[in-house]
Write a protein that binds this ligand. Structure first.
Ligand SMILES: Cc1cc2nc3c(=O)[nH]c(=O)nc-3n(C[C@H](O)[C@H](O)[C@H](O)COP(=O)(O)O)c2cc1C
Length: 263
């Protein structure tokens, strides 16, 4: 059994919300044109209202508009973040590497060519850096931090805040992107972030420089189970790898027609 409700059962609010969450997409090419300060406040306000474990609200935000700070962040991204990702990717099967870091021939020689990949976000007029304060987890039950739970209450809360902020940006007609920071220390130094806090990700916002393209998701029939887990839907390792091959097959051509330096 698939649908629990008939297809016409909905509300205007849901339809409006659906339009919003299906319109949101990662915009990796933003125009440098300024965005109104009030828009930035509205995005921050959405993040403030996110769910968090025991309402511990572990988030703080740095709004970066200063070009000099942006430049330093991009330098850290190229020197440390991309360097780390690139060499990690070279350890994988060639066809399964992230397309931006697939190189042919000698990897060390090719590194210079691809090191500035994924840096278009530096052109965004505003960057919102999402910070997390792990001490706020003290507000929740101790069990949330033990036996394999690690920092999940912290990162889950930050992801919730981020989702609302990305949606708020979309609702204001802005584009946004999720820039993962894998090696945080250099970025924390640039921004003067205290040691105890973490950088969750950087959320660049601005008006989009690209046209909307349709994006895809796995169908509900594949990912939803009713009452108990449907073993027929369980994917073997081989099937998961097949999914990855298919995913890469779709994104590789797009990456390989872009000049180096573009995300
Ligand atoms: C945890 C997480 C990490 C991500 N890291 C990056 C990133 O470092 N760079 C990037 O361009 N996109 C990043 N993304 C965006 C995803 O690539 C994107 O959401 C996904 O491909 C679906 O595309 P869409 O956002 O356009 O719908 C990240 C998203 C999430 C949730």
């Amino acid at each position: 059994m698939m649908a629990k409700t008939d297809d016409t059962t909905t509300t205007p609010e849901y339809e409006q919300f659906r339009e919003l969450f299906t319109r949101r997409m990662s915009i990796r090419d933003l125009r440098p044109d300024p965005v109104p300060d009030a828009y930035v406040d509205r995005i921050l306000e959405a993040g403030r209202w996110a769910m968090s474990g025991a309402n511990s609200q572990p988030w703080e935000f740095i709004v970066v508009r200063d070009d000099a700070v942006k430049r330093e962040l991009i330098e850290a991204y190229v020197d440390v973040n991309n360097d780390f990702i690139f060499w990690m990717e070279q350890m994988r099967l060639a066809e399964l590497r992230h397309p931006a870091f697939q190189v042919e021939g000698d990897a060390a020689e090719q590194w210079e060519r691809v090191r500035t990949r994924h840096t278009a976000w530096g052109k965004a007029p505003v960057l919102i850096v999402i910070l997390g304060d792990g001490r706020r987890q003290w507000g929740t039950v101790l069990g949330a931090m033990t036996f394999g739970r690690h920092q999940s209450h912290l990162t889950d809360a930050l992801s919730n805040a981020a989702t609302l902020m990305h949606l708020a940006a979309t609702s204001l007609g802005l584009g946004s992107q999720h820039v993962t920071i894998h090696v945080q220390e250099p970025f924390k130094r640039v921004l003067g972030v205290p040691d105890l806090l973490m950088i969750h990700h950087i959320l660049p916002i601005g008006f989009s420089a690209i046209d909307r393209r349709p994006t895809v998701r796995r169908p509900l029939g594949e990912i939803v189970h009713y009452d108990r887990y449907d073993q027929d839907k369980y994917m073997s390792n081989r099937q998961v790898l097949g999914f990855l091959h298919e995913l890469r097959g779709r994104t590789m051509p797009a990456y390989h027609t872009r000049p180096a330096g573009e995300a």
